[in-house]
Design a protein around this ligand. Sequence first.
Ligand code: PPS
Length: 450
Amino acid sequence: LHHGGHLSWTMEALHLGCPALRSHPAPGLKPKHTNVAFLKTHKTASTTMQNLLFRFAECNNLTVALPVQACSHQFCYPRSFTSHFVHPHTLPPNIVTSHMRFNKAEMQRLMPNNTIYVTILREPASMFESLFSYYNQYCQSFKRVPNGSLEAFLEEPWRYYRPDEKDSMYARNTLTFDLGGDKDRPATDVAYARGFLAEVDRVFSLVMIAEYFDESLVLLRHLLSWDLDDILYVKLNMRTPSSKRSLTPGLPSKIRAWNSLDARLYNHFNASLWRQLSALGPACVAREVKLLRRAQERLMKSCFGGRMPLLRSAAQIKNKDLRPWQPSGKVDIVGYDLPVNLSRGFSSQAQELCLKLIMPEVQYTRVLLRTQSLRYRRGYQLRPAQQSRPLQQPVRTAPPRHLQVQRGKLPAPASGTGSTSTSKPAAGTQGRTTKLGPKSSQTQASLTQK
Ligand SMILES: Nc1ncnc2c1ncn2[C@@H]1O[C@H](COP(=O)(O)OS(=O)(=O)O)[C@@H](OP(=O)(O)O)[C@H]1O
C-alpha cells in the first residue's frame, strides 16, 4: 500500500485517445467540479451512487446537505423538498444526494449557482418489480393484492391503486413523482408528458441509466472532470435472487403501460445517454469502463483479503454498521462484511475507505451527519464571542464555498416535520464516528494501484 496510483490512473485516462475530447481540456487537467445535486430516485442503483458521492465529499472535505432528524435519512419524502428539511449543520452544501421529491426552485435556493444536476433512471419493468417486492408490506396498493401477485395487480391496477393514499408513489410512475411531476396524469395528456420531459432535460446535465451504470459513470467523470478513482464503487442495496421474480412474457409491456410517464422518460434519456456516449467515442468509453472495472476489482480484493467479496444476508454480517436495512421479512437485502484481520498491514485510512465503500445508506448518513456536526461545532466554538449567533445559522471559520445561501436567510431546522413515507430508521447524530480525512483519495488510489 503506497501512494501514486492516482497519478497513474489519470495518465492512463489521458492516453485513452477519446476523439471527442481532444478539443477540450482532458479530465485530470481541469479542477474537479465539486457542486453536485444528485436526485436519488427509488430502486435505480441510487444508493450505490450516493455512497460514491458521500466518499467523494469526505475525501475532498466538502459539505453534504443532510436531512434534519425529523425527516429521517431522507428529506421528508414524499413531501416536496424544501430547504427547511436540511440540517443546519450541513449548510451551505456542495453536494446533495439523499432521497427527496425534487423541487427545482427550492434546490436552486439551497445549492450554489454552478451546481451540476444529475439523476438516474431504470428500465420501468425491472424497476417496478423491485418496487413491488420492496414495498409490498408498506404500500397499500400492493398490500391489497391477493397473494402479493404482481400479475394480479397488473391485470386490474385500478382495483388496488388509490392515487391519494399514503405510499401510492411507489405504485405508479415513481420516477416522475421523484422528479417532482404528476404521477397520475393520463397517458393521453401528451402535452404534459412532453413539457415535463423537456423540463427534466433542461435541469439535469446528466441522466444516468442504471442498466448502463458504468457507462453513465464515465460520462459523469467527464462532466465533472473527476478521476477514475473518484467513480469506484461496490454495488449496494441488492436483493437476493430468491427475493426477485422473473417477469412472465407480456408483463413488461403491462408495467410500461401502467407507468407510461416513466416509460417515456426512460426511452428519452436512454437514447440521450447513448448519443452522449457515442459523442465521447465508443472505443474511449469501452476502455474507460474496462479500466474502471479493473480498478474496482483491485480495490475490492485489497479490502476483502485478496478475493472478491461475498454477498451476505443481514444476519450474517457481524458489524452492525454494515447491515443493510431490511424492508420486510419477505425480502432479503444483501450486504458485505469486512475480514476480521483487515487491520493487518492496513493504515487506518485504508481500513476506513474499505468500511465506507460498503456502508449502507442509513448508517453512512448517520456517520456523515455526526462528522459534519462536529466540524460545524468546532467552527462555531472557534469564532470570537461577539460574533455568536443562534445555532440554526451556521457560520464557518473557513470561507464559504459559495454565497448562494446567505447566512441571514438560512432555514431554521424543521421541528416536527415528520416524514409520512415508509422509512428506514432515522439517521440520528448517534453512531460511531468514522472519519475519512482529506487524504483518503490517495489511499483509494494506492489500494487500486496495479
Ligand atoms: N451498480 C449497479 N448497477 C445496476 N443496479 C444496481 C447497482 N447497484 C445497485 N443496483 C440495484 O439497484 C436497486 C436498489 O436501488 P436503490 O439503491 O436506488 O434503492 S432505494 O430506493 O434507495 O432503496 C437494487 O435492485 P433490485 O435488486 O432489483 O432491487 C440493486 O440490485
